[in-house]
Ligand binder design. Sequence first.
Ligand SMILES: *[C@@H]1O[C@H](CO)[C@@H](O)[C@H](O)[C@H]1NC(C)=O
Ligand SMILES: *[C@@H]1O[C@H](CO)[C@@H](O)[C@H](O)[C@H]1NC(C)=O
Ligand SMILES: *[C@@H]1O[C@H](CO)[C@@H](O)[C@H](O)[C@H]1NC(C)=O
Length: 168
Amino acid sequence: MSGNWLLVYMLLIWGSGFVEGLGVNWGTMATHKLPPKEVVQMLKDNGINKVKLFDADQSTMSALASSDIEVMVAIPNDQLASMGSYNRAKEWVKRNITRYNFNGGVNIKYVAVGNEPFLTSYNNSFLNTTFPALQNIQNALNEAGVGDSIKATVPLNADVYGSPKDNP
Ligand SMILES: *[C@@H]1O[C@H](CO)[C@@H](O)[C@H](O)[C@H]1NC(C)=O
Ligand SMILES: *[C@@H]1O[C@H](CO)[C@@H](O)[C@H](O)[C@H]1NC(C)=O
Ligand SMILES: *[C@@H]1O[C@H](CO)[C@@H](O)[C@H](O)[C@H]1NC(C)=O
């Protein structure tokens, strides 16, 4: 395929233990370079049925509406601290999740709380803010009545799987 494919740059498999389907990371670069609707069409054309976003960009979300593609939306690391406020977390869920939760809306499955916030290169700077954020977001999802179908999760980093000699 053309260079466009490079924009959706990282193939990965979601699912635990077995191959459920193909998923991709939707790099933020892609959303700037191609209209989201074209990207969504490209995903469909290639049989991609899961996509991970790095935020909850409105035009991307709108393009994904009624596509059936399973979506993981994300809260960037620099917003974790503010999610320590339950009211702020509720607002986030209302504006970024509940509004897309209708018939023909977006098939959201996960909310990624942070982007690999425990990476050693971050010097534990998100250690104190990640878990309160995770808890508040899950509670806000529950309170909004979508907690059964949408789960808050913390994307773990490659570090965690490093060999012992890398992690003294
Ligand atoms: C929606 O999510 C994005 C990405 O996490 C964030 O930047 C934005 O502030 C959120 N909107 C609200 C109203 O919380
Ligand atoms: C982590 O600590 C190192 C060494 O003190 C420093 O050079 C680096 O900028 C820090 N990184 C972050 C993200 O704070
Ligand atoms: C996290 O919290 C502990 C205990 O309150 C504190 O000692 C530490 O400095 C905090 N770490 C960061 C990175 O804010």
